[in-house]
Design a protein. Sequence first.
Length: 810
Amino acid sequence: MRCRKMVKVTEVEKGKDLSRTERLKERHFSLISNPELSIERAKYVTESYKETEGEPEIIRRAKAIKNVLAKISVNIWPDELIVGSYNGKELGGAFYPDANSRLSIEIEQDLIDDREQDPFSLSPADLREAKEDIIPYWRERTLEDHARERWSEEVNDRVNMIGTGIIFTEVQGIGHIVLNYQKVLKVGLNGIIKEIDGYLSLKEDHKRRDFYDAAKISCRAVIDFAERYAEKAQDLMREEKDEGRRKELEEIARICRKVPAKPAETFYEALQSIYFVNIIARIEDYEASVSIGRLDQILYPYYKGDMEKSRLSREEAQTLLECLYLKLSSITLLLDDLAELAFGGYTTWTNAVVGGIDENGNDATNELSFLALDAREHICLHQPNFGVRLHGGTDPRFFDRVSRSMATGKGKIQVFNDEIIIPLFEEQGITHEDATNYGIIGCVELGSVPGKSFNSADAALFDLPYCLSLALNRGKNDVLSPFRGGGQMGFVTKDPNEFKSIDDVIDAYREQLNYLVALFAEGLEGFAESYAEYHPLPFISSITEDCLKEGKDVTWGGAKYNFTSIQGVGLANVADSLAAIDKLVFKEKKITMDDLVDAIEKNFEGYEPLRQMLINRAPKYGNDDDEVDKYAKRVVEIFSDAWKGHSPDYRGGKYIIGLYAATTNVALGMGDPAFPSGRMYGEPLSVGITPAQGMNTSGPTAALKSAAKIDYKLVGNGGALNLKFNPSSFKGEEGVKRFSSLLKTYFEIGGIHLQCNMVDRKTLLAAKERPEEYKDLIVRPAGYSVYFVQLAPMAQDDIISRTEYQEGEI
């Protein structure tokens, strides 16, 4: 059936009325300044759990999701072509009382509406119901409560407290997955139910039968949920006066009756099926980073079929893609107050990627790769987090198109290097065929084979320089932090005055890091056990490869590949500090260890000349100087080795490391003391594989060369390199060529990732002062895109403070 005629994107270019997606974009900005908080998921999950006491936990989980999908509000808003809401709102967040007790406390204390960072509006009636009927049930029953029962006193005392070095993101939920959209598009959920029935016919043990029953309940509930949207579309169609909209609603009803129950046959059907599956995973588990994967590869067969049969024009296909992007941007994440410091900005890190190679090593670029980027540039919202896979054989036209998008700052995209990442995947035990099909999760997280892996790709954030601070104070943290008192926080290592060489410092650093890693591993194992027992994911499991065959939920280790990923924050701070100690304390003997430690303890008060020496006389990572870059490599090796010692994880997979931060570099920095690099107490840490703020003074090529020296086979979860350029840096065709050459060279010498902020300091300062005039200004803090005006002031200042390359430096 031919998709209904839609307003074409070209009409906007001719100066006519706003297109459909422009109207939807205007509504998006009218809503995101004050998003609503929905309690519907919380209400219906709680209602079901009260009714299923004593039943197997996985059955309770399936019935809870079924109850949500049967009762949550169903709405189709004006102009929408892709429909569905995970919370019943046009734009807003959901409350997960079954996971995080800290958020429940904030809601009880009426702190959500008027908090400074990322407030949500909550009606008085919903607030009262949350306080009286929902939150009380979950006291001592949350996922966090169950995990804490498994932890030692030390982990319980330190978890998610700034100034302790331990931040677990799984306290909110796991999320962070690329789902098996292709299987759902190919066989439909009815096909998956048929597969489940085949396993149910076998004589299995009770646990496996419960798993299959739960998976079937979940899939059936999703089909019924889509049917509710079909009925809603029909109801609206009867009332609709406009003939064009009535036909659109008729098509929406038809599609929702078909997918995801049955295989998709058209581009429109495939998009709607993908969106339904995506939001169901968020309802079942958590909103964050439920990503799309290789958008162009998944959808191209449907696009090609429609084009060959003249069912769809290119303009209509772009409008549909933009409608998907708009729906993904309608999902906002409710976090507790501490998490907002680290991850603020109403984002959900939903990643979509195009380009790359196929399993035979051929370039996989297709027409949809171009179209998806066109749609991104035209609508350009903060979601999805759009990325491109590149390699030496990328279609030159597409490489030029990507370079142009980055050089002009038009698409706010990021790029990934297949020639580094695919071997990295194979190093983790992933087959070559699966490695070539990798997707990106959230910010820059790797380890994802769509539909085949369960990653927990952002399980925790690890403060790398915190361990150096402990090494210089015999494991104590005496910083005057408002978040946490001092005390013995690490292993009792040597008195720093006994260090004879930089190797002694590194040995002490390694001991402190290993100590902290052991605490992290204990915490993560507690979370994993709690998920497996109390928070299984039968719907996600039903579409994840090997789970049905093994009769195991993803939280039990049922997926083909399993990883738990920990992100290191502050790499450049450690490298710069070690280089400063090596040069100024041991080699040149310009500073005594005693003076250095005293200066750090006093936050350089009375030691400003010493601080300036640390900043200006010691080499800094990001300037292509082996004397400091070698320490960045060394820290990565130490960090990777420490986690290898704790594999396998609870699900039988590997612990792997990543190097990125979101905006946790700001939150962690608030509790860290001064560093030997010259950084002062409370200042943000460095981000990912990016140089420390203001320390990359030798131009962008030098920064790229420093980043390319890291051994990325050790960094199984990826790393983020973020550079800032003045928009004048790449003016005109010559500017685009310069950027293209810069990018090509960087990837040829071993770079893994690049994203750029093409924005000047003047614009950022104006946006901070007059946010109402810059509501659509998108920046990339660390691997993801977000509206600048919705970041916390300290996160805004962090971006402003980063080195801004000028035209003459390139």
